[in-house]
Ligand binder design. Structure first.
Ligand code: URP
Ligand code: ZN
Ligand code: ZN
Length: 467
């Protein structure tokens, strides 16, 4: 199968230029001016940008959490991703207590089986750090897993202590695995939660008081220090505020092997959105929590000046009004107390358009930086480059045809996620994907899904690098 995309403008993390792109089977085989059609199917991309498909480094599909399960499974989540210009994502498989890391990955493989639309990989989160589990980190590369998450928060559930974190870092260093941390001080959160709840402070806004910014800064500094001492590569996930990001800037200025990710919602959802009267604030309960508009500006600057390297969604969707009309339970579980709200915000479909419109159109970041933070840097740091994350000869033909003039208003009424609300409701976007191509096959074209469930493939990953 041959496809020739003609007359478009190729955009990578480093260059923007006019060229035709030839795809043969699943790969890009030629890039140049006026390439001959030679029997290929022609796609006319005049007026369109050709960008590497988005790669979301942080998602939770079909995940049991907070007494329920996420609204999006691998089909609805990946379908939404493809509509939004994301061609690959890395989901978090969770180790179950008493089971191995590989069992966790197998469990998540089964969830994905027969449902996939986009390509995908798995991180594994270690939650039962026995000596055997820590030693098992050395074998993760055998199953194509190049990254391990350690929770410094969620005491009593996923959290592991500093001894386990340190030991995991040593094995990760020796086996070239990227160690990822959820950096908040879980002990402090547990104590604050107990106090707030015992005082009868139960509305959603008290979620903020239990997750102060200082403890995100502290846990980030601790993870960075341990990475510096052990030499492990460290990727701090979902960084929300200046307190943690300034620690990242300091660590990077010292030449440590550290990098950071933020999430789209931290630039658009704020503490005031959680403080609205009534229960609406529950929609924005996530960990770390949403912060302030000042933090959002700090994040934009950190993305621009390369303190932060990746933008994820941390897509973790729970219905606002779950448990009715056939919907699984969701945020309503916290009506009796904010500490029972399942944590998470949806956004797998919106990351690319929202970041493009508010980043590129507003002049906050260049077009090339947009590609870097939504695709190329993810591929590099997660061990998928150059198979994924760029438009180059030999790379997978994961290409998004992007219309910089197309306009759309985001709404839960029209989104493709299963969840019943949208974090960017009413946002007017200019610049949208019009065709999403994965390994040479058109997956979405002009609002139509063009592949069957099961199309997406598992991506084996190796050699993650700090960017
Ligand atoms: O609130 C969040 N972030 N939910 C997902 C779990 C996690 O910590 O990433
Ligand atoms: Zn986390
Ligand atoms: Zn997450």
């Amino acid at each position: 199968m041959k496809t020739l995309i003609k007359n478009g403008t190729v955009v990578t993390a480093s260059d923007t230029y006019k060229a035709d792109v030839l795809i043969e089977d699943e790969k890009i085989t030629m890039i140049g001016l006026n390439l001959p059609s030679d029997g290929a199917e022609i796609i006319d991309a005049a007026g369109l940008l050709l960008m590497p498909g988005g790669i979301d480094p942080h998602t939770h599909l079909d995940m049991p959490f907070g007494g329920t399960i996420t609204a999006d499974d691998f089909f609805t989540g990946q379908r939404a991703a493809a509509f939004g210009g994301t061609t690959c994502h890395i989901d978090f498989a969770l180790q179950q207590k008493g089971a191995t890391l590989k069992d966790g990955v197998e469990m998540w493989q089964k969830k994905a089986e027969g449902k996939t639309i986009t390509d995908y990989g798995f991180h594994i989160a270690i939650t039962d750090p026995t000596e055997a589990s820590i030693n098992e980190i050395a074998t993760l590369k055998d199953i194509g897993v190049a990254s391990l998450k350690v929770f410094q928060a969620y005491k009593g559930a996923f959290m592991v202590d500093d001894t386990a974190l340190y030991k995991a870092m040593e094995v990760a260093r020796d086996s070239d695995i990227m160690l990822m941390t959820h950096s908040e001080n879980g002990d402090a959160i547990a104590l604050l939660t107990e106090k707030l709840v015992s005082e009868g402070k139960l509305e959603p806004k008290y979620h903020l008081d239990a997750h102060p910014r200082e403890i995100e800064g502290e846990a980030t500094a601790r993870a960075i220090a341990l990475s510096a001492v052990t030499g492990a590569k460290l990727y701090v996930v979902h960084m929300s505020c200046s307190d943690s990001i300034e620690q990242m800037a300091l660590g990077r200025s010292k030449g440590y092997n550290v990098m950071g990710e933020t999430c789209t919602q931290y630039m658009f959802k704020f503490e005031d959105d959680m403080r609205v009267p009534g229960y609406e604030g529950a929609k924005w309960a996530c960990g770390p929590p949403v912060r302030t508009p000042k933090d959002a500006e700090y994040i934009w600057e950190a993305l621009r000046n390369t303190t932060l390297q990746c933008v994820a969604t941390d897509h973790c969707s729970f219905h606002y009004d779950g448990g009715v009309n056939g919907k699984i339970a969701g945020k309503e579980l916290g009506r009796e107390g904010w500490h029972k709200i399942p944590n998470g915000i949806p956004g797998i479909e919106d990351r690319m358009p929202v970041m493009y419109h508010n980043g590129v159109n507003s002049g906050r970041i260049s077009l090339n930086r947009f590609v870097a933070i939504t695709s190329t840097n993810v591929a590099k740091s997660m061990g998928m480059y150059p198979q994924k994350g760029t438009i180059a000869v030999g790379s997978d033909a994961d290409i998004v045809l992007w219309d910089p003039e197309k306009e759309h208003t985001i709404s839960a009424k029209t989104h493709h996620m299963a969840v019943d609300y949208n974090a960017y409701e009413g946002m007017q976007i200019k610049g949208l994907p019009v065709r999403t191509i994965i390994r040479g096959t058109t997956v979405v074209n002009n609002g139509e899904l063009c592949v069957e469930k099961g199309f997406g493939k598992y991506v084996r990953r190796a050699n993650p690098v700090i960017v």
